[in-house]
Each structure stands twice: as structure tokens, then as C-alpha cells.
Design a protein around this ligand. Structure first.
Ligand code: GDP
Length: 296
């Protein structure tokens, strides 16, 4: 499971505090040192850790905390609150266009889970919001991408629009026209990815954005790649001004750095998390639930 190491190290730091009863400022400092190391080992960005520790310390050395009957518990509560705010506070929704269809552009590096999660999200929106989604195959480079989208579309019984190797901008525009004609009120654009961020890819994605003005650009990132996921998020956000993130593969043994750094580094919230390979393994991201899970 994700966050295992982090959960273990944090609970060990809290346990030491609990065993002490009354706390001194130096007890708190020692605990903060351990929490700091735990976060760094979980691959949380250096600056994010620094700011986090500063915020927790400021609240924790307040007289109320140290003089409370259960200071250790008070500190756990502060860490919990700061984790929630680090991940964006409340859960963030997809923006629905005032005039249908709502166009959601899925972007990300190859292998992050774009195709799978475009389908998962379309399925979720149908189930939770009664939407009638259309999937559009705009990745014309990876030979199997169109077929893969058709396979997942078929599994969920969601229509897939494709035009083979046609220009991605043309495909996106035609998909939206098709959706209007057939009563699909949401269109998910499965765009191309690359192994690394590159100029040509960003230009293509910018051209699609410009042409179709999506309601939502969601970046799909793989939680397993830690800091690289955060760097990718920064690059995609700089180029496209994304609206949010779908963090995938949280069912794996990701250390947690991406989940805890993305909002602080990009300012953009994680909106959904992928929790497995099955097409219903997607969840709305709730920072408070994630914080509780991290704290074990
Ligand atoms: P794309 O290249 O970005 O379109 O990525 P794909 O959608 O093809 O996904 C790459 C691989 O990751 C596939 O084998 C997916 O089944 C897998 N995958 C996607 N999301 C998740 C997830 O949340 N958990 C797990 N375990 N695997 C996932």
C-alpha cells in the first residue's frame, strides 16, 4: 500500500511523544526532526517539507499545546490539519460547461494512465452524475492507443470516437461536433503522451486547448514516480495551465511524495485518484481521508 513507510515513521514519532506525558519544547523539536526525515524519505519536495515543519512547529510550541493534558494528541491533530491543507483542503470537482458538452482534456506522460483513467472517469461521471460521455482518441502516435481506448470503452459500454491518424486538433473538434449531434454531454479527449516532457508534445496539446477551449484540463500522473511526477506536473502546468490532477497507482507502494507535493508546488489540486487497474478503481480525492490514512 502507498504511504506505508511514512505512516510507520510518523506513528513511531508520535508514540515517543505519547510516552513522555508532558512535553518540553525540545521534545517537540525532536519529534519535528523525525517527521521531517519521514517526509523527505517519502519523497516529498524539500521546500514543501520545510514549510510544513515550520507551520507545524509554530502551532505546536504554542503554550496551549504544551500545557494541554494530552500534548501529543494535540500535535497529531496539528499534523493532521496541516496535511489536509497541504493537499488542498476540500475535494475539488470537475467544472461542468454551461453549454454541453463539457470537454475534459486528459494529458500526461506515456504510461501515467491517461487512456485507462479517461475511461474510468467517464464511467464515474456516468454513474455519479448521470452523464452521457464520449471518449475521443486523440493519441495518434502510439499504435495501440486507439485500440486500447476502444477496448476500455467497450468494457464500460461508452462510445469511442476516432479518426485514425488524422490531426489531433481535427479529431478533437470533430469529436465535439459528434457529441453535440449524438447527445453526449461530456467528451473526454485522450491525448498523446511521451516518455519525457518535450516541446513538440506541449505545442500539440496547446493547439488542442486553443481550438476546443476545454472546461477542464486534467493531468494524469503516476504516483509511483515520486518527485518526477511533481516535476512533470510543474512542466504541464506551466505549458497548459491545468485545472487539476488525477493521481494514479496509489494502490501500489508509492511512498507518497507526489500526493503530498503536487498541490503545494503547482497550486493545482488532486481531483481524483486511481486505486487499481480495474475500470471502476477511481475515487474522488478527499484530502481529509488521505490525511487520516497517512496517519494510520
Ligand atoms: P497512458 O499511456 O497514459 O494512456 O497509460 P495507460 O492508460 O495505458 O496505463 C498504463 C498502465 O497503468 C496500464 O497497464 C494501466 O492498467 C495501469 N494503470 C492505470 N491506472 C492505474 C491505477 O490506478 N493503478 C494501477 N495499479 N494501475 C493503473
Amino acid at each position: 500500500m502507498a504511504f506505508e513507510g511514512l505512516t510507520e515513521k510518523l506513528s513511531s514519532a508520535f508514540k515517543k511523544l505519547r510516552n513522555k506525558g508532558r512535553l518540553t519544547e525540545s521534545d517537540v523539536k525532536e519529534a519535528m526532526r523525525e517527521i521531517r526525515l519521514a517526509l523527505l524519505e517519502a519523497d516529498v519536495s524539500y521546500k514543501v517539507v520545510k514549510d510544513f515543519i515550520k507551520a507545524v512547529t509554530e502551532k505546536a510550541v504554542g503554550t496551549e499545546v504544551l500545557e494541554s493534558l494530552t500534548p501529543a494528541q494535540a500535535i497529531v491533530k496539528i499534523v493532521n490539519q496541516e496535511l489536509v491543507s497541504l493537499m488542498g483542503g476540500g475535494s475539488a470537482k470537475i467544472t461542468i460547461a454551461s453549454q454541453p458538452p463539457t470537454v475534459v482534456m486528459m494529458v500526461g506522460l506515456q504510461g501515467a494512465g491517461k487512456t485507462t483513467n479517461a475511461a474510468k472517469l467517464a464511467g464515474l461521471m456516468r454513474k455519479q452524475n448521470g452523464k452521457r460521455p464520449l471518449l475521443a482518441a486523440c493519441d495518434i502516435y502510439r499504435p495501440a492507443a486507439i485500440q486500447q481506448l476502444e477496448v476500455v470503452g467497450k468494457q464500460l459500454d461508452i462510445p469511442v470516437f476516432q479518426m485514425g491518424q488524422e490531426n489531433p486538433v481535427t479529431i478533437a473538434e470533430a469529436a465535439i461536433a459528434h457529441a453535440k449531434k449524438h447527445g453526449n454531454d461530456m467528451v473526454f479527449l485522450d491525448t498523446a503522451g511521451r516518455l519525457h516532457v518535450d516541446e513538440a508534445l506541449m505545442e500539440e496539446l496547446q493547439a488542442i486547448k486553443q481550438a476546443v477551449q476545454p472546461s477542464e484540463i486534467l493531468l494524469v500522473v503516476d504516483a509511483m514516480i515520486g518527485q518526477d511526477a511533481v516535476n512533470a506536473a510543474k512542466a504541464f502546468d506551466d505549458a497548459l495551465d491545468i485545472d487539476g490532477v488525477v493521481l494514479t497507482k496509489l494502490d501500489g507502494d508509492a511512498r507518497g511524495g507526489a500526493a503530498l507535493s503536487i498541490k503545494a508546488v503547482t497550486g493545482k489540486p488532486i481531483k481524483f485518484v486511481g486505486m487499481g487497474e480495474k475500470l471502476d478503481n477511481i475515487e474522488v480525492f478527499h484530502p481529509d481521508r488521505m490525511a487520516s490514512r497517512i496517519l494510520g
